[in-house]
Ligand binder design. Sequence first.
Ligand SMILES: [Zn+2]
Length: 643
Amino acid sequence: MPLLCLCALCATAAGVKPGSMEMLVDSCGFFPQISDDGEWLLYSPTDARQLMLKNLSTGVVKTVSSVGYPGFDAIFGGDGKVYYVTQERKKNGLVYRTGHCYDPATSKDKVVLNPQHGRVQAIRATAGVVINGERQVYQSSKNVGVYAYTRGDALYIVDESGTTRMLQPVRDSNGYLWASLSPDGSKVMFEAASRGVVVCGLNGTIIAELGEFLMPSWYNNDYIIAMSNAANSFYKGQRIWLISIDGETFKPISPKEERAVQPMTAGGKVVYTAQYSGQVNQLELDIAPAIGRDFAIGKSKTFKVKNPEGGKDVPRVFINPGHGGHDSDDRHVPTWVIGARDTLHYYESNSNLTKGLALDEILTNKGYETVLSRTTNNTEDDLDLFEIVSLAANSGADIFFAIHSNATGTDTRLNFPLGLYRGWDGKPVVDGSLKLSEAVMKSLERNEVTVWTHKQRSNGDWSFYDWGYQVGLGVLRYNKLPGMLSEGSFHDYLPERERLFCDNYCWLEAWNQSLGIDEYFGRKGKSKNGVIAGTVRWSDRERRDDDQRLFGEDQLKPVNGALLRLYNGRGVLSRIYTLDNRDNGVFVFTDLPKDKYKLELYYGDEELYETLKIKTKKNDTVYKNLKLKTDQKPKKSKKKKRH
Ligand SMILES: [Zn+2]
């Protein structure tokens, strides 16, 4: 948080030139980019399927591309050409990205960087353009000057000699975004997710911390523009801000009535989008713009990245474990009256994070690459949705996967898995999203520990939510990765909430998610190990809840504190599991090598009540729901030693 600047102190001259406001596009103009000479405007509709170019003198609009999701991250070079990236999802689910250069003067499009896996990004350098991939890099000329980019929570600066330096000026960030060099090439600016916009020297020394803004862009060497961070409650509203590096100027420049997003500035012009209408507006400021940068004209160059991380292209999953922070957006169900914000209540953020961390570990063990949007549950890590989407794009992942649980928000009690993807029912905006959602939901439905009231389903968020035409979920908006949001179950169905308190149950959901993800990538059987899961319930004790209807086996009381012993095929005791006392009756044995096991159920004074044989399967789950009867006699009276 910067020093707060009260309006009275902001009495500097810098601001919008009176009467300079102009509408450039009347709808669907997202991610606007203006050319250095102010002649051309690039933009995309609500989804990335088209990249449009408008000549601002003639008003003529043309489509640069409508193949391979070219929208959202295209840029202009100092040569007036458009540099952009397309993506293609292969049969094995891997996404390959290609670099293009389009010349507005001739309408000619050229592939300048061949398809490669992972992140590919068009970047403006001080004297040229770079299309930066993890395997190969394209430069518009041999000497493009200096450029910067981010990967994960690291900032990379590449100097004139091509030497790359990695910097981490801000610690404990969930990832860096939007790196750019000042017009004179002396400073670098980036945003550390939920930590704010930072300006530093090329050696990483912090020059200024400008507060929680998003998508910062250099106006000149002393001023930047940026958009509000919607997750930050201090900067009410969604506006475009003008901020000086010295901290003197700090004010909104877009009209109060609009929700303004996605600002960009070049050649003394500021463009941004009014979020609801998609209208693109342009402003001029009464301060001198940056002097035009050089653009070295010469033979372009493509080179291999010397030490690409990892040799093989393996699936990369961006995991977003829902919203965090025990805040107002964190769907909270009080269990006992122990203080309004006590973290021991049920909070969706807790179970989402437990599932997310589990999925991260499971997928890593199966040979996937993963990126997580948060690993803690603090207010600071409750990222702005646009930040999450941008981190996902920056990760170069093959899929975006958001983890949540559902609630009816009514008195009706339901429990079923619901997958949501961006688009209309059956017509996802991004190819692959429906396939992913169906694979994961079918896998979640196979969970026999829970009681489902309805079949699993997958829906397009535009069809599912009545929030306006093509509005949909914020975390899927502007997201061009194949992706989905998984509402794994309903946490306001009481027995399900008690299960979600059990970390092993959350692990089981993550495991089932991983099986769906395996299916999507055609990687079934990549894990040698299997799982045994189930419940222990009283067959003759009814569970009642005055407030809600309970379904199926949930009408039976769970057995708290039962003990399970698992012996492997050689008769060696391999695991012991004690059920918790939270009325869920859940047990889960994870990472079991394929074998014939013997499971023993003990209760009370460690007396044996049940023995059964279970054969586990590779990369799959075997379910066993066990029952105890109140007057059941133990199998053996012989007592075993307590463990
Ligand atoms: Zn949620």
